[in-house]
Design a protein around this ligand. Structure first.
Ligand SMILES: NC(=O)C1=CN([C@@H]2O[C@H](COP(=O)(O)OP(=O)(O)OC[C@H]3O[C@@H](n4cnc5c(N)ncnc54)[C@H](O)[C@@H]3O)[C@@H](O)[C@H]2O)C=CC1
Ligand SMILES: O=C(O)CCC(=O)N[C@@H](CCC(=O)O)C(=O)O
Length: 489
């Protein structure tokens, strides 16, 4: 068990607010404990980041890059240690946690590439003038992380922020503080100067204190739509603060004209149930053809659910999925399923809580076709809703019938359907014959609607961590041909 501490200006401090315990959802083991940061400590973290900004932004790009590459080296060397911690703290199966831990080390190279592609210095000769575009860091970036990817997702905002010359105050999810703390330790080991990365533990209170501070220049948030809206409101009237919101989804997956139902089921299961359905990119709605075409797909998915293993994330014989983040999440997911059934959904495979512990659920599949209205909400659990429709037009209409717009996929043998889908679907991550999950870090990550505020992360994170400066540069004086009427020399 490790002790939770807050990193403020290079010093590890015991928190001054309420007790904070990180418990493994797999077996109730205490992973880490300590205390959350007080409001005063959150403010001190912003002050430290603000002070450090003055010198970090003046470092050469090469100096910043060296620190980031040292961090990436540590992350690569200690990938397995991080993977075990992620598995213990989130309940993710070790193979899944290892993928996340690997992505932490891999982010540096991707961020360097994005920096060069999205925010390079550019010059253009225009006669007596040179037109130059350069990019500058904003200042103190507050990074607020979710529990489901406690390392990879905040890291995907921290690395680009630091690379561009910003400093950071990181508040990991209160449900996964130990992973956040290990990353902060690695930054120290990598030689990042004091104050450039600060760590503040706790939930909503320290987050609000950070956001309220006049000295912050940005808030980079990944989490649910409710918290996203609250932050958006808190920052109303602060156009000077860069806000990047990466929120949830109600992602559709259309299956149309596929010969191999078993292959399709493999992709559907990876879309809906990976990480126990706790990915913002998970498919929540499966849209199929009425009649035999759809029946074959639904039957193949139901059969495959019966073969999915749910169990101890660290077991030698690795399960497909582990528990949800906690028992409360199980109760919430089961209540959502009960409500759907009370409103007319038909169970094909019930999501049940008869796993090896109180935080476990087994995947569920509900047919919501006959419901009068299916609520447009994200149930953050392994629950997939089946919708049967008569035509491909109707399939696209139903897929787009959401306030969200994060991910969508089409499984089809017909390339012309993919061409239509790609044009008509309203989502930021749109795949053909691949799962909705597992987005590539070499591409932008985000989508329209309530899934964010048009500040995609992934490869486009470079855009929200720097602002462009446009310069007209002339080495000589104004020429006679640039005279304007009424201004005499
Ligand atoms: N679009 C994306 O890139 C991703 C989105 N998500 C979304 O995140 C959610 C799951 O993660 P959770 O950790 O449960 O999300 P959450 O919204 O409950 O918490 C996320 C973070 O926000 C903080 N927070 C909560 N309320 C706040 C408030 N009013 N003001 C400021 N901070 C606040 C929490 O302490 C935590 O650090 C899902 O909805 C999922 O779809 C998750 C991963 C990626
Ligand atoms: O930012 C990146 O490097 C890519 C984004 C990414 O890895 N997304 C993952 C997880 C995000 C989530 O669903 O919570 C994915 O697409 O599965």
């Amino acid at each position: 068990m490790s002790e939770l501490r807050n990193l403020i200006g290079g010093t590890w401090q015991v928190g001054e607010a309420e007790a904070l315990t990180s418990t493994s959802p797999a077996n109730g083991e205490t992973v880490a404990e300590g205390k959350a940061a007080s409001e005063a400590q959150a403010v001190a973290a912003v002050a430290a980041a603000h002070e450090a900004f003055a010198s970090w932004k003046r470092k050469s790009f090469e100096e910043r890059r060296e620190v980031i590459e040292r961090f990436a080296g540590i992350a690569k060397d200690r990938r397995d240690e991080m993977a075990r911690l992620i598995a213990r703290e989130t309940g993710k199966a070790l193979w899944d946690a290892t993928t996340e831990a690997g992505a932490i080390g891999g982010k540096a190279a991707l961020a360097l590439q994005s920096y060069e592609e999205r925010t390079p210095t550019k010059e253009k000769d225009q006669g007596a003038l040179t037109l130059r575009i350069t990019h500058k860091p904003h200042g103190v970036m507050v990074v607020i992380g979710p529990f489901n990817f406690p390392g990879h997702l905040p890291n995907g905002q921290i690395i680009p922020s630091l690379l561009a010359g910003n400093t950071v105050v990181f508040k990991p999810s209160e449900q996964t503080p130990a992973v956040g703390q290990l990353m902060a330790e690695w930054w120290q080991e990598a030689g990042l100067p004091e104050g450039c990365l600060n760590l503040v533990h706790g939930g909503r209170e320290p987050a609000e204190a950070l956001i309220a501070d006049e000295r912050i220049a940005g808030v980079l948030f990944t989490g649910g739509v409710e918290a996203g809206r609250a932050i958006h409101k808190q920052l109303a009237g602060r156009p000077d603060v860069m806000l990047a919101l990466e929120l949830g989804g109600n992602n559709p997956l259309i299956v149309w004209d596929v010969k191999d139902a078993e292959d399709a089921a493999q992709i559907i299961v990876r879309s809906a149930y990976i990480t126990s359905g706790q990915r913002c990119t998970c498919a929540r709605r499966l849209i199929v053809q009425e009649g035999e075409g759809g029946d074959r797909i639904v039957a193949a998915v139901a059969a495959l659910i019966g073969r999915l293993t749910v169990g101890d994330p660290l077991a030698e014989d690795q399960p497909f999925m582990g528990p949800l983040i906690n028992e409360g999440a199980v109760q919430k997911a089961l209540a959502a399923q009960d409500q759907l059934m009370a409103d007319g959904a038909e169970p094909l495979v019930l999501m049940t809580d008869d796993g090896p512990g109180p935080a476990y659920v087994r995947p569920g599949l509900l047919d919501v076709t006959k419901m009068k209205s299916d609520p447009d909400e994200e149930v953050f659990a392994p629950l997939l809703k089946v919708i049967r429709v008569a035509s491909f037009d109707e399939a696209i209409e139903r897929a787009n019938d959401t306030k969200f717009g994060l991910a969508a996929a089409l499984l089809s043998d017909d390339a012309s359907l993919w061409q239509r889908f790609a044009v008509e679907i309203e989502a930021g991550i749109v795949n053909w014959n691949r799962q909705t999950t597992g987005a590539s870090g070499a591409m932008p990550f985000g989508g329209p609607g309530l899934s964010g505020n048009h500040r995609p992360a992934g490869a486009y994170a470079a855009d929200f961590v720097a602002w462009p400066m446009a310069s007209m540069i002339a080495e000589g004086p104004l020429k006679d041909d640039q005279a304007v009427p009424g201004v005499k020399k």
